[in-house]
Ligand binder design. Sequence first.
Ligand SMILES: [Zn+2]
Length: 326
Amino acid sequence: MTTSGRTPDYQRLTYLFMCTDPVHVGTGGYRLGRVDNSIVRDPGTNVPKIPGSSLHGAARAYAASVLNRPSCAGQGNPKRNDTRQNGQSGHCGVCPVCYTFGYSKNTDDQSAYSGTVNVFDAEILLFPVHSLEGPVWITTKSRLERLSGAEMASLSQPEHEESVIPLFETTENILTLGWLVLAIQPQNPEEAVGQLPGTLPEQIANHIVLVHENLFSNIVNSNLEIRTSVAINPERGAAEDGALFTYEAIPRTTILAADVVIDDYHQLHSPDNGTAACINPQEVLEGGLRLISWLGVGGMGTRGFGRMEMLEQPEPEHYRQEETDD
Ligand SMILES: [Zn+2]
């Protein structure tokens, strides 16, 4: 796939995920007025997202587990005094996990390296909402184009905030989305539907509704999964008094996309200690990302939260400095 001895070859991959559980990546704090444990949102749009750092952390932990490098999971960088028998602690610095995700070693020559993969935030592209016609997945034109990886010149936008464009046949002229009643704007969406990724489940692909850009964040935020739970006192094994708390999550069947850029500038990892002859960071990353469908990402994992399925293995897009066309 890559040849050695070349100038830098950046690869960009877009991974599509479907939540198979509600996903809660918390802000780690409290927000007044809505829920006790809120999730991370994009500051500009207020749309919830999964931070790249959470995906990177989960992928690293699972890749380390699959490759049997437990000491190379986690953040490394242990306390200065916490050294193990061989005087070394933290990441090993030479294995596929460290090469792919970076390392931070606490050795005599204190070293750190940022790794070959950059994982960016996962953004919501399709979001499930209850309607009188059954579940529909809302999106916007820009999100649909990102999902398809193609421009959709012939597809209109909803003209007003009060109008929607279903990408499926319907005889109705209104659509109720939760508590909203919106007018259906007629459109022939065949071209758009034909460009959707083939790995998208049919139930979702056949029930997509285009909403106005201004409305997307509002609809998403009013249809998040909100659960109430109670904190347990570990000594008594019973509920704490007044310990009821609420938390929000991105609901099951939400479709998200995350970009990854791989800067594999060593091309072939040079083995210092014989542990790795040839490392493909994309394979290491994907080995980790795939386990999110078993082990989840974010918080509340013990309450059945966090699993996401990778929908397809993307084709890398290459960027080469010395070339002007592609
Ligand atoms: Zn390592």
